[in-house]
Ligand binder design. Structure first.
Ligand SMILES: Nc1ncnc2c1ncn2[C@@H]1O[C@H](COP(=O)(O)OP(=O)(O)OP(=O)(O)O)[C@@H](O)[C@H]1O
Length: 251
C-alpha cells in the first residue's frame, strides 16, 4: 500500500519543525529514517501516522489520511511510538490484544482470528511464554517486545515504528530485523526511525534527515546515502564494506 507525504511545513507551538518534504515510500519495502538528534525524524513519522497535522497532505493508497474512516485506517496503518506508556496492570497478552481493536466490532469479544494473530505476534517476538505476566513486572527489553508484538498483531499494510530497538539486546535486534524481512516478504511496508545505523544500513531504502529536511532518500548502498550520512553526522563516521554490505564505524 502506498504512502506519500507532501509537507510544505509542520509547525509546533510556533516553531517550524519540518520544511519542504516530499516523501514517497516504496510499498512492500523497509525504509529506515536516520539523522542526528532533533532532525525531525519522530515528527515526520507522526505526520505519516496522521498524529500531527502539517501544512500539506499525506496520502495512503492515493486517499488523504483524513478521508479514511478511522477504523479502516487503523487496520491499514499501524504506529508505535518511542517509550510508549503501556497499561502496566494489563497482562502482556491483553496488551497485544489491544492491537486487534481495529478489527473488532464495538464490544465484540476477540475472534479466533484475533487470538491467532496475538499468538503469532507474541511467538515472533518471543514473548509468548510470559503472556500472563503484567506489563509492570517485565524488564525494559521484554516490555518493548510486548509493545512490538502489539503493533505486529494489527497486521497492517503499513507499519510505522519510532525507535523500535530501544532496550533490545543484540540478539533481539537481529530477531527484529528478520521479523521485518518476513513482513516485507508478505508485501507489507515498514518504516522505522532508527539510531542504530548498522541496522538501518540493512534496510531497502534509507532516508537521511537533517534540520527538518530530507537530505537523501536512496538505497543504503548508494554513494548518495553515504555522503549524506557523513555530512549530517559531522564526518565522525566511516563507512566500510563488511561481509557484502556496509557498516558504520564511529571515529
Ligand atoms: N512540542 C514541541 N514544541 C517545540 N519544539 C518541538 C516540539 N516537538 C518537537 N520539537 C522540536 O522539533 C525538532 C525535531 O524533533 P523530533 O523529535 O522530530 O526529532 P528527532 O529527529 O526524532 O530527534 P531525536 O533523535 O532526538 O529523537 C527538535 O528540535 C525538537 O526540539
Amino acid at each position: 500500500m502506498s504512502l506519500h507525504a507532501r509537507i510544505a511545513r509542520l509547525r509546533i507551538e510556533g516553531a517550524e519543525i519540518l520544511h519542504g518534504i516530499d516523501l514517497r515510500l516504496q510499498p512492500g519495502a523497509w525504509t529506515a529514517i536516520v539523522g542526528p538528534n532533533g532532525a525531525g525524524k519522530s515528527s515526520l513519522l507522526r505526520v505519516l501516522a496522521g498524529l500531527l497535522k502539517p501544512e500539506g497532505e499525506v496520502q495512503l493508497q492515493g486517499r488523504a489520511l483524513g478521508h479514511w474512516p478511522a477504523a479502516e485506517r487503523a487496520r491499514e496503518l499501524a504506529w508505535m511510538g518511542p517509550q510508549e506508556p503501556g497499561a502496566d496492570d494489563l497482562t502482556a497478552h491483553d496488551v497485544v490484544m489491544l492491537g486487534r481493536l481495529p478489527h473488532r466490532a464495538w464490544l465484540a469479544p476477540p475472534s479466533p482470528a484475533d487470538h491467532a494473530a496475538v499468538e503469532a505476534a507474541m511467538q515472533a517476538l518471543q514473548c509468548w511464554p510470559w503472556r500472563h505476566r503484567r506489563l509492570a513486572s517485565l524488564s525494559s527489553g521484554e516490555r518493548q517486545r510486548v509493545l512490538l508484538a502489539r503493533v505486529l498483531a494489527v497486521q497492517a499494510a503499513v507499519t510505522l515504528l519510532d525507535e523500535p530497538l530501544a532496550h533490545l539486546d543484540p540478539p533481539h535486534q537481529a530477531e527484529w530485523q528478520s521479523g521485518v524481512r518476513d513482513l516485507v516478504a508478505q508485501g507489507r511496508t515498514v518504516v522505522s526511525v532508527l539510531h542504530e545505523l548498522n541496522i538501518a544500513l540493512a534496510a531497502d531504502q534509507l532516508v537521511v534527515m537533517d534540520a527538518g529536511r530530507i537530505v537523501s532518500h536512496a538505497p543504503p548502498s548508494a554513494p548518495e546515502s553515504h555522503e549524506a550520512l557523513m555530512r549530517v553526522f559531522g564526518g565522525r563516521l566511516e563507512l566500510v564494506p563488511h561481509g557484502g554490505r556496509w557498516v558504520v564505524v564511529v571515529r
